[in-house]
Design a binder for this molecule. Structure first.
Ligand code: NAP
Length: 284
């Protein structure tokens, strides 16, 4: 049976480290602060906001909330971002997406200063991950994958890693982070032929395709580490499932992240650690 790589111990360890760093900043008179910018009252946003706020409180990071009505104008939104960019007491900005259709989301994302882009949504952050130059942060989910590997002592260096999925928010940044960690990376997508051979040949498989339980036992081989990024609601099972058929894969591979309780449970801990990192960078 595979060892389950649970997210909670990873998040707890990250929280402990973040809390210590936040305390060290406070001794220097700096309170690391996250601004949460929300447009409208989407239940998903409110739920994430509650989780992030709780995690910030636990780690000693302050939160300021900026809420705009869902019929706000582009100018109102850009003005709110500008104010948060200019506010020296704010170190990180989390803006919920998707924004209402009436707003230009791309323009809003790119208006956020990369050095405050703790959620990794700006072009600047993308350039930072790709080039290692400039300012910015990796998207929290892709960083959460790396935190899980690190916590459980799985070093990507020299290993063959296959990432299934090439989206800008998940697949591509994960591929870059794995390559930066010296893995030999192959990326699969919906046009990949014989994907089975590519996943079977890897030491580490990252499943980020958004297809409920698509990857069954046949995609895997003994000894592999499988990180399941997928979060899908299965009507049939009436519960959340990943992209991997876990009850099959766990009989084949060595390590597997559960869904729920895997990657998803590490993302807010990463977000808060990014806020502290942003504050630390300000005084360097
Ligand atoms: P996405 O934008 O829909 O991208 C899916 C990617 O998978 C695309 O690159 C697509 O290929 C590829 N793909 C789709 N079907 C495939 C198939 N049959 N074979 C091979 N590749 C296939 O999704 P996403 O935003 O990256 O999200 C991926 C998953 O992560 C979703 O389940 C999402 O819910 C989950 N997620 C998890 C977290 C977390 O915290 N754990 C956070 C955000 C999202 P093409 O490029 O060719 O279309």
């Amino acid at each position: 049976m595979a060892e389950l790589l649970k997210g909670k111990p990873v998040a707890d360890a990250l929280d402990d480290a973040t809390k210590k760093r936040a305390e060290a900043l406070k001794e220097k008179g700096i309170t690391p602060t996250l601004a949460i910018l929300r447009v409208g009252e989407r239940p998903d946003d409110l739920s994430y906001e509650r989780g992030a706020t709780k995690r910030c409180e636990k780690d000693g990071v302050a939160v300021v909330n900026k809420v705009l009505p869902d019929d706000c104008s582009q100018e109102d939104l850009m003005e709110a971002i500008k104010k948060l960019n200019e506010d020296d007491s704010v170190h990180g900005i989390l803006m919920f997406r998707p924004l209402p259709k009436s707003l230009d989301e791309k323009a809003a994302c790119d208006a956020i200063l990369p050095k405050k882009d703790v959620d990794g949504i700006t072009k600047g952050s993308m350039a930072y991950i790709y080039s290692g130059m400039g300012e910015g942060f990796a998207p929290c989910t892709s960083q959460a994958v790396m935190e899980i590997l690190g916590h459980y002592g799985i070093d990507p260096k020299g290993k063959k890693a296959t990432v299934v999925g090439r989206s800008l928010v998940i697949g591509k940044p994960i591929s870059m982070l794995l390559m930066n960690a010296n893995a030999t990376v192959t990326v699969c997508h919906s046009k990949t032929i014989d994907m089975l051979k590519v996943t079977q040949n890897a030491d580490i498989v990252i499943a980020a395709l958004g297809r409920a339980e698509m990857l069954g036992a046949e995609y895997f081989t003994k000894g592999q580490t499988v990180i399941d990024v997928g979060i899908n609601y299965s009507q049939e099972k009436q519960k959340l499932v990943g992209d991997v058929k876990s009850d099959e894969a766990e009989n084949v591979v060595s390590n597997l992240t559960p869904v729920p309780g895997g990657v998803g449970s590490v993302t807010t801990a990463v977000l808060v650690s990014h806020v502290v990192e942003a504050a630390e960078k300000e005084i360097r």
